[in-house]
Design a protein around this ligand. Structure first.
Ligand code: AMP
Ligand code: ZN
Length: 456
């Protein structure tokens, strides 16, 4: 089986060929820490968490780096508005980000470089770019000289003429060409600044990632990822800086981008009032259900997020944990391999909808075997379900904890058990379950469409 990944640079899926199969290197642009992460951010980070998990399953060593952008205009603005010192804004927001991603069930990256710890690397890289004729200093700023790079624009497939015509980049008197972008900017009165050959200032956003990837993953590495909106200008400019500074043909071999998350078809925005932070959703739903809802769409497709989707994901987890619970009651689960079709789906550019359908096939296999009294077959199917789901970090809780942590799930489970008892003509057991539920104030109503319940 080969891993194939869609490479934005080539606009096609290709077989993944690591530079060193003994050590795969992945970099993902991380959050700018000035506010709570929103569910759109969670989508991008969940997609690359999935990639990191798959790579770790396939290769002996993987270094997954995801940075923290802790120097940025938005952070300074936030600090000015609230009066909270910058260091406190970034430390607090970073801690919140970690808590949110942990609760969603994401793996921590192996390396989490912070921009403010790499200012020296950034200054050195900017000096190299000036020396090589790819950058120039003007009025305390340093700018990347876009026309100096003949093949600028490969990732976003924009020509220099298009760029100049459509330049929405700030037009400033110190720029030689409208497409030139900032590598270093001077600190205004009261703003944080670091010493540099061009005076006290701070780096531009793009140079941060170029310096951090070089420091931690080398001049050329395997995979670079982020959300679709980062293709231009952020990733295009990272490529320009890194390739021109190091004299390399590529910065990373594979560029991967996750699709956008929308709400009822609209871009999420605070002004439209259709904005969810990860934290407020975590107050309402388990992280496991949120992440399953996110991964239920293919990572490159747009994902129209809704609370209904989270409810559906929660119902799926109820079923899956229900299978594990029943199987465990019948005895210890055997060891099982991850089903080949499940792995094949993920290796086909992270096809999670297909992979999830393979989980359902194990559920069907479990009930098919169970109904025939094939205990070994049922246990095997449950074990395969668990092995596959565990690869993505799902179904790692004790089934009882999941099932009982959610009162509604426990009721649905009891109703399913009662139905199974009735089918097996074990009416005493079916009555016992009904009486148990009644004792908890839950009243069952059997109708033509099955059993419904309400609290009495
Ligand atoms: P930021 O902290 O704004 O730099 O964003 C962090 C990551 O979240 C970037 O990779 C963005 O591309 C991604 N992102 C932001 N908004 C969305 C969205 N609505 N859907 C998917 N990804 C997003
Ligand atoms: Zn970046």
């Amino acid at each position: 089986m080969t891993l194939s990944l869609y490479n934005t640079l080539l606009r096609t899926k290709e077989a993944f060929a690591p530079i060193d199969p003994g050590h795969v290197k992945l970099y993902v642009c991380g959050p700018t820490v000035y506010d709570y992460a929103h569910i759109g951010n969670a989508r991008t980070f969940s997609a690359f968490d999935l990639l990191a998990r798959l790579l770790k399953h396939l290769y002996p060593k993987v270094t997954y780096a995801r940075n923290i952008t802790d120097v940025d205009d938005k952070i300074i603005e936030r600090s000015n508005l609230s009066g909270e010192p910058i260091d406190s804004v970034t430390a607090r927001t970073t801690a919140q980000f970690h808590a949110d991603m942990d609760d969603l069930g994401l793996l921590r990256p192996d390396i989490e470089p912070r921009a403010t710890r790499h200012i020296g690397d950034m200054v050195a890289m900017i000096e190299t770019l000036i020396e090589k004729g790819f950058a120039y200093a003007a009025e305390g700023h340093v700018l990347f000289n876009v026309p100096a790079m003949s093949d600028y624009g490969q990732l976003s497939r924009r020509s220099q003429d298009e760029l100049i015509a459509g330049a929405r980049v700030e037009v400033a008197p110190y720029k030689k060409s409208p497409a030139d972008f900032v590598l270093w900017k001077p600190a205004k009165e009261g703003e944080p600044g670091w010493p540099s050959p061009w005076g006290s200032g701070r780096p531009g956003w793009h140079i941060e990632c170029s310096a951090m990837t070089a420091a931690h993953l080398g001049e050329v590495f395997d995979i670079h990822g982020g959300g679709l909106d980062l293709i231009f200008p952020h990733h295009e400019n990272e490529i320009a800086q890194s390739r021109c500074a190091h004299g390399t043909q590529v910065m990373a071999n594979v560029w991967m981008h996750s699709g956008f998350l929308t709400i009822a078809g609209d871009k999420m925005s605070k002004s439209l009032g259709n904005f969810y932070t990860v934290r407020e959703l975590l107050d309402e739903y388990p992280g496991e259900a949120l992440r399953l809802a996110i991964l239920s769409a293919h990572y490159r497709q747009p994902l129209d997020f809704s609370k209904d989707k989270v409810e559906q994901a929660r119902a799926a987890l109820d079923k899956w944990y229900g299978v594990l619970d029943k199987a465990k009651e019948a005895g210890d689960l055997p060891t099982a391999e991850v089903p080949a079709e499940f792995l094949a789906a993920l290796m086909d550019d992270l096809n999670t909808p297909k992979a999830i359908s393979v989980l359902y096939e194990q559920v069907n296999a479990y009930y098919g075997a169970d109904i025939k009294g094939d205990k070994a077959g049922a246990a095997d199917a449950a074990a395969r379900l668990k092995a596959a789901a565990n690869l993505l970090g799902f179904l790692t809780q004790e089934p009882k904890v999941w099932l009982q942590g959610d009162p509604d799930a426990a009721i649905e489970q009891a109703i399913a058990d009662r139905l199974a008892a009735r089918k097996a003509k074990n009416f005493a057991e079916a009555d016992r379950i009904r009486n148990d539920l009644a004792a908890q104030g839950v009243i069952l109503e059997d109708g033509p469409k099955g059993t419904t319940w309400k609290r009495g």
